[in-house]
Write a protein of this length. Structure first.
Length: 273
């Protein structure tokens, strides 16, 4: 077991989350980070019976987040975890905040900035809401981001409309794509489900369409990632990593995954290192 895994195990054991919903969110996060775990390991980490763990795993499997097998569980290979906004908001918060802190340094007063509906971009929106960089124009299709920035002074906020999608808490669809293509911004920040072999991937086609439009509408693009996205693939190829000016990832990134970025000549930075 790696030092990082041992640290996760100890943290879970020392302060197991209370209540089924919180525990299931924590289970989903750990399964996504580690790929697969046994029911016995999870029962030990969360200090509950294996029967309770199996009930939790049944619920997570019903939601399409994990896949059970005899004696254990694996993350869904398509990364369905990423499509559930409730879980995305709770996952990798410290890592996302570290990436957002570095992303903030790329923004200058007077810029027009576009943010996608990722929770990593939302971490950046939280920093923008503090009003440290103004004046600024911010464009987003993410309802949470709109609510967060709606009262921020010195920020001109533009909502990219479309069909509201409850599971993502964002506006999507053809009308959203058309609205994005009518704009031109200085800098676009997006995240995605998976990165491998010089490409970014996402498991949902309608999300891919909006993200591609955002990338086309920007003079410069930055990809925001927590380390769990590296070394993975999803159903749809979003874009070659060459379309991004840089890729920002947190310090938990596996050295092998960073070497993969280097081999594909990707300009990346490790935030918080």
């Amino acid at each position: 077991m790696t030092a990082a895994r041992e640290q996760d195990r100890r943290a879970a054991a020392e302060a197991p989350p209370r209540g089924p919903a919180a525990r299931q969110a924590a289970i989903a996060e750990q399964v996504l980070a580690e790929g697969s775990l046994s029911a016995a390991e999870l029962a030990e980490r969360f200090q509950v019976s294996q029967m309770t763990i199996h009930r939790d795993l049944d619920e997570l499997e019903r939601q399409g987040i994990v896949r059970k097998y005899r004696g254990g569980v694996t993350a869904q290979p398509s990364g369905v975890f990423e499509s559930n906004v409730a879980y995305r908001l709770k996952a990798m918060q410290a890592e996302k905040d570290a990436v957002a802190a570095r992303a903030l340094e790329l923004i200058e007063p007077g810029m027009a900035v576009m943010l996608d509906d990722s929770t990593t971009a939302l971490a950046l929106a939280r920093r923008l809401a503090e009003g440290v960089i103004t004046p600024l124009t911010v464009v987003t299709n993410y309802m949470a981001g709109l609510n967060l920035l709606s009262r921020a002074r010195g920020i001109r906020l533009m909502a990219v409309g479309g069909d509201y999608d409850l599971s993502h808490d964002s506006f999507l669809g053809v009308s959203c794509v058309e609205a994005v293509t009518s704009l031109s911004v200085d800098l676009c920040f997006v995240s995605t489900s998976a990165v491998s072999g010089g490409f970014a991937y996402h498991q949902e086609q309608h999300i891919v369409a909006v993200k591609r439009a955002m990338l086309d509408a920007a003079a410069r693009n930055v990809l925001l990632l927590d380390h769990t996205k590296l070394g993975k693939v999803a159903l749809h190829r979003l874009a070659a990593l060459s379309v991004f000016e840089r890729v920002l990832v947190d310090a938990g990134a596996d050295p092998d995954h960073l070497r993969d970025l280097e081999e594909h000549k990707v300009n990346y930075e490790v935030a918080g290192s």
